[in-house]
Design a protein around this ligand. Structure first.
Ligand code: ATP
Ligand code: MG
Length: 257
């Protein structure tokens, strides 16, 4: 469904993605883990075409997308939704208009259908009846759920989630994880989920890939990742720090590269 090969992306001298390869099967939930700043958000933005790679290929349904024009990419984006890390809501629009934004922009639906879809999507994320509120009146977790509702109401085949459960309380996080599982089981949605939350990763993933220094260094079923003997993976899943924040990986794992 999504084939990413030899993907490279640098920002000036900062090589963020360095020959990254990743394949996501139809209907699969692939969880991406990795430390802050390793390029997880950059990877998702490459898939949705907000950032274009320097080198490499991304195929969606077998179609190369890296060289598409914005207009052609918009067709792909109609079946692909992304839940952004910070919500990415428009501050000047109320919740209903934010949730309906993509529907209004790209799909020709009548007003009532849009209103119903917005209502259902907000109910799904546990935010019934907040249509008229403004983003400035919402907490961080609410913004994230509104962003999730915006994606759900598009009924996409592919969903990219960037840290869907950060900034929400554990119970809401569990409800969002259940929703991701439900989208997978009932609607056969293909998903890439970036998360720091290892409990969530083990609960929702068909397969987990760990990003490190621009590459996928380990990939497998949740049990395989849990049992991985790779020191970087073990350190990450146990959340161990072994020194100053900027240097710890060099101190311990400098030999890996
Ligand atoms: N638009 C940009 N211009 C320049 N550098 C960028 C841009 N976007 C990301 N970067 C850099 O790319 C690197 C990876 O950033 P990214 O946001 O993908 O990290 P991340 O893995 O999502 O981290 P986190 O877990 O904290 O969200 C960082 O060094 C960041 O500074
Ligand atoms: Mg990120």
């Amino acid at each position: 469904m999504i084939e990413i090969s030899h993907l490279c992306k640098a920002f000036e001298s900062n090589m963020v993605l360095d020959d990254l390869n990743l394949f996501i099967k139809r209907g699969e939930t692939k969880v991406i883990i990795g430390r802050s700043g390793t390029g997880k958000s950059v990877l998702l933005k490459n898939v949705i075409g907000l950032i274009r790679p320097d080198y490499g290929s991304i195929k969606i349904h077998g179609k190369e997308v890296t060289n598409l024009s914005e207009r052609e990419y918009n067709k792909i984006r109609m079946e692909m939704g992304m839940v952004f890390q910070g919500g990415a809501l428009f501050d000047s629009m109320n919740v209903a208009d934010n949730v309906a934004f993509i529907l209004n922009e790209f799909m020709r639906l009548d007003e009532k259908t849009v209103r119903d879809r917005v209502k259902d999507a907000l109910a799904l994320v546990g935010l019934k009846g907040i249509e008229s509120m403004m983003p400035s009146e919402l907490s961080g977790g609410m913004k994230k759920r509104v962003s999730l509702a915006r994606v759900l109401c598009m009924e996409p085949q592919i969903i990219l989630y960037d840290e869907p459960t950060s900034e929400v309380d554990p119970i809401t996080a569990d409800a969002i994880n259940n929703l991701i599982v439900e989208m997978h089981d009932k609607l056969k949605v293909t998903s890439i989920v970036v998360t720091h939350d290892m409990n969530a990763a083990f609960k929702i993933a068909d397969s987990i890939a760990m990003l490190y220094r621009g590459k996928v260094i380990a990939e497998g079923k949740p049990d395989e990742i849990r049992g991985s003997r790779h020191p970087v993976v073990q350190q990450f899943i146990h959340g161990e720090s072994v020194g100053p924040i900027s240097e710890d990986e060099h101190l311990v794992f400098g030999h890996i590269k």
